[in-house]
Design a protein around this ligand. Structure first.
Ligand SMILES: [Zn+2]
Length: 339
């Protein structure tokens, strides 16, 4: 398997178009065509992680936090830590893929996994990402529909939640008259033609639109294939920021805090003053996301679990919600299992 094939899988699961606009994800170091001998997963690229990758003969590292985030003007391993890690990756012929906020904001991504660890059910996005779904419709002779749909699926089309290769076909009749300069695949130029065609419908999204259209044009047998793209109004539930959900039964705050430390393996927690209320509905947003405190309150949550919470944010939460800082690492690491 090549690095690109693994990257394609992640592009389907955690597409770039949902990520924070200033994020830096995907192939950050290395070669897309490299044959992969093994994969090491980590939250952060560190010297230890790279040593371990080498020892385990893993020539691909997949990290959550991007090693290269700010623009770099020089790679000087003697004076700069990031440079040193990049230098080591290249020296060891090891590629690096990173999936950051795109992995945070996707279904079964960082927040879903942390919520599942906390035994939270009925998981929904705290702030769904506005609709970017499109319906692609094209018309193709029946014998070519298999090849064409495979090409569209291969480019990332036809994914609905847990299902891939989703499409719908219906049969009908296409008509056309080619000009004197045309070169029709079926029939003759300058003659009115009727062809039995299949209408193929596939769900795509804005982020893969260009890639899918290129695949369609390449695989379609016609000289000038007809295709339509419709924006969809349905609610996008595949992507969003943070999640909410429910505990199986109400819990006293102290017990809930204990539950968090057990489920997420954190010895210590920081939290706002106890509200005296029972905990049932919970918001989870792994990493530094306490700026979403108001969203969690608006969603009617009794508790909000995130990390890197500041002193004044704890004060803002007081008597309104139980705000818990369970650690940046602890609230993100559960996603590695899913990866
Ligand atoms: Zn993080």
């Amino acid at each position: 398997m090549r690095v690109q094939q693994i990257a394609n899988f992640f592009d389907g699961w955690a597409p770039k178009f949902i990520q924070w606009e200033r994020d830096n994800t995907g192939l950050l170091v290395g070669r897309s065509q490299q044959e992969v001998t093994g994969v090491l997963l980590c939250l952060d690229v560190t010297g230890d992680a790279l040593e371990r990758a080498q020892k385990l003969k893993c020539n691909l590292v997949i990290s959550h936090h991007p090693l290269i985030f700010f623009p770099m003007k020089k790679i000087t391993p003697e004076t700069d830590k990031t440079s040193d890690l990049i230098y080591k990756l290249i020296k060891n012929d090891t590629s690096l893929l990173s999936y950051h906020t795109n992995l945070d904001f996707t279904s079964d991504g960082v927040n879903h996994q942390t919520a599942k660890k906390l035994k939270i059910s009925d998981i929904k996005f705290l702030k769904p990402i506005s609709n970017k779904s499109l319906k692609l419709v094209t018309f193709v002779p029946k014998k070519d529909v298999g090849t064409l749909s495979e090409a569209i699926f291969g480019a990332g089309g036809g994914i609905i939640g847990e299902y891939t290769n989703c499409s719908f076909t219906s049969e009908g009749t296409g008509t056309f008259t080619g000009s004197g300069n045309s070169n029709p695949t079926i029939g003759e130029k300058q003659k009115f033609e009727k062809v039995d065609e299949v209408r193929l419908e596939v769900l795509i999204n804005e982020g893969i639109r260009g890639k899918v259209i290129r695949a369609l044009l390449e695989a379609h047998p016609y000289e000038e294939p007809a295709y339509d793209i419709y924006p969809l109004k349905s609610d996008e539930t595949l992507y969003g920021q943070g999640v909410t959900g429910y505990l199986n039964s109400e819990m006293e705050e102290n017990l809930f805090l204990k539950h968090i430390s057990e489920c997420l393996n954190c010895d210590a927690l920081r939290h706002s003053k106890l509200t005296g209320k029972q905990i049932k509905k919970v918001a989870v947003f792994g990493g530094s996301a306490s700026e979403h405190l108001e969203d969690a309150i608006k969603a009617g949550c009794d508790a909000f679990i995130t990390a890197d919470v500041r002193y004044h944010t704890f004060q803002d939460a007081e008597n309104r919600i139980l705000l818990v800082d369970a650690g940046h690492f602890e609230t993100e690491v559960p996603v590695l299992e899913e990866m």
